[in-house]
Design a protein around this ligand. Structure first.
Ligand SMILES: [Fe+2]
Length: 146
């Protein structure tokens, strides 16, 4: 049975701004878990929070993509590809929810698929990317976290 995502579930990055975005998403997912397990179901509030998560994730991925381009990061296409697929999956899952109101499917997506994906993506792609961004920063290079 999925529960809340622990505070240390997402690895800390060498760039605090990236860790911060991951932490915000962890909190959003935990708030959603609470909403999804509450009765009665507040559909309007769930929809609002899902829209906020989609918006946050889009901005989060765009920020990483932008900074990878700044440092001319060679694995950029692979990392960006993972973002594009994850974002398409998220849109599909939320659209399915909005047309079907299929709670088990939404919970399966948020509490298992997305959570597992985030942990794995953060521990691999983001970790190595943050390391290279930090090296660039340490040499005086300017990144874009706006
Ligand atoms: Fe990423």
């Amino acid at each position: 049975m999925p529960t809340q995502i622990d505070a240390n579930a997402f690895l800390s990055m060498e760039i605090p701004a990236i860790t911060q975005l991951h932490e915000e998403e962890r909190v959003m997912l935990n708030e959603l878990h609470t909403l999804l397990t509450q009765a009665p179901t507040d559909i309007t509030l769930i929809d609002t929070r899902l829209d906020a998560l989609l918006q946050h994730t889009t901005a989060h991925f765009e920020q990483e993509n932008r900074n990878m381009l700044i440092i001319d990061f060679r694995p950029y296409p692979v990392h960006k590809d993972e973002h594009d697929i994850a974002l398409a999956d998220m849109k599909a899952a939320f659209d399915h929810w909005k047309t079907s109101r299929d709670m088990p499917a939404l919970r399966q997506y948020l509490e298992t698929n997305l959570t597992v994906w985030l942990k794995q993506h953060i521990a691999t792609m983001d970790m190595i990317t943050a390391r290279f961004l930090k090296m660039y920063q340490d040499k005086g290079g300017a990144l874009d976290f706006a």
